[in-house]
Ligand binder design. Structure first.
Ligand code: NAP
Length: 281
């Protein structure tokens, strides 16, 4: 039986955890699946689309998450909400776009025994922050989006988009240098603290003292300085790797109806962490 063919596309692609995680998910499902890496420059995306249609499905990373939309016959659920597609299923002639980031984001709360509720301080207003912002609002949280001055225009655009869809949402914007008060959850959706600049922390420690839980979307390192401090202070901590693995698992649910045991995903998260530490430093 020929293997089902899947891939990740992006530019530049460099180091990516996707082949490791997806190969393991195929193994866990008992599916013979191949998973390739295709580096496709923005100007090549259209001309190489026939090559992509020949796959059973593919994942999309930066910079194609928006530009792929016009090549899909339709986009579903969260992909339409965020105008961002990270998973495509090719079935017959139909190309359907999905977004699994929200599923990965939400699953991480259950995985870590935390709840998305109360007041959320979200650091950043980029692609991943959009998911965190929308899902926080959809969960009924009050949301403060904190950015550096250069990011204010992105935060304002995000605020406008949210308010258009959820007019009664409680959302405000502040700059990173002007955060005060206590929050139930701090979510870091900036790269501050990511390898190799692991000494950096996006907020002052006293802000962490007043919060209940900290979710750092960064997955390299497994424990950022922000998370380390939060753990030492007895806060609930949510690292980035569970989100990465759960959003990948959601793609397999879409592609061929897979379902996974939580215990299998837990061990994949641990293995992915080890793989990253051995190969991405
Ligand atoms: P992005 O679209 O480039 O957004 C980055 C955000 O961080 C922007 O708001 C940017 O602000 C801000 N930022 C960048 N450098 C900063 C600095 N030195 N100080 C303060 N703010 C800064 O990136 P993204 O795709 O959203 O990714 C953000 C982080 O989430 C990355 O660490 C990524 O690895 C992680 N991530 C994790 C997962 C997962 O599954 N765990 C998924 C997606 C992303 P400006 O507008 O001012 O530049």
């Amino acid at each position: 039986m020929p293997a089902n063919r899947y891939a990740i596309i992006g530019y530049p692609l460099g180091h990516t955890m996707s082949p490791f995680i997806h190969s393991r998910l195929f193994e866990m499902s008992g599916i013979k699946g191949e998973y390739d890496k295709l580096q496709i420059a923005p100007e090549e995306l259209e001309s190489r689309f026939d090559e992509l249609r020949a796959f059973d499905g593919f994942n999309i990373t930066i910079p194609h998450k928006q530009s792929i939309i016009k090549m899909c016959d339709r986009i579903e659920g969260a992909a339409a909400r965020y105008s961002s597609v990270n998973t495509v299923k090719c079935s017959g002639d139909e190309i359907v776009g999905y977004n699994t980031d929200a599923a990965g984001f939400l699953k991480t709360f259950g995985h870590c025994g935390a709840y998305l509720r109360g007041s959320v301080l979200l650091l950043g207003a980029g692609g991943a922050a959009r998911t965190a912002a929308y899902e926080s609002v959809r969960a009924g949280c009050t949301l403060s989006i904190a950015v550096r001055p250069s990011g204010l225009f992105r935060a304002e655009a995000l605020l406008r988009d949210i308010m258009q869809e959820y007019p009664s949402a409680a959302v405000n914007i502040r700059t990173l240098s002007d955060i005060y008060g206590a929050y139930d959850i701090i979510i870091n959706a900036t790269p501050v603290g990511m390898y190799p600049k692991t000494d950096a922390c996006p907020v002052a420690e006293k802000l962490i003292d007043g919060c209940g839980a900290v979710f750092d979307l960064i997955y390299n390192p497994a424990e950022t300085r922000l998370l380390r401090y939060a753990r030492q202070k007895g806060k609930r901590v949510l690292p980035g790797m569970p989100m990465l693995v759960w959003q990948a698992a959601a793609a397999h649910e879409i592609w061929y109806g897979a379902s996974f045991d939580k215990s299998d995903i837990d061990s994949l998260i641990d293995d992915a962490q080890r793989h990253m530490e051995q190969n991405f430093r």
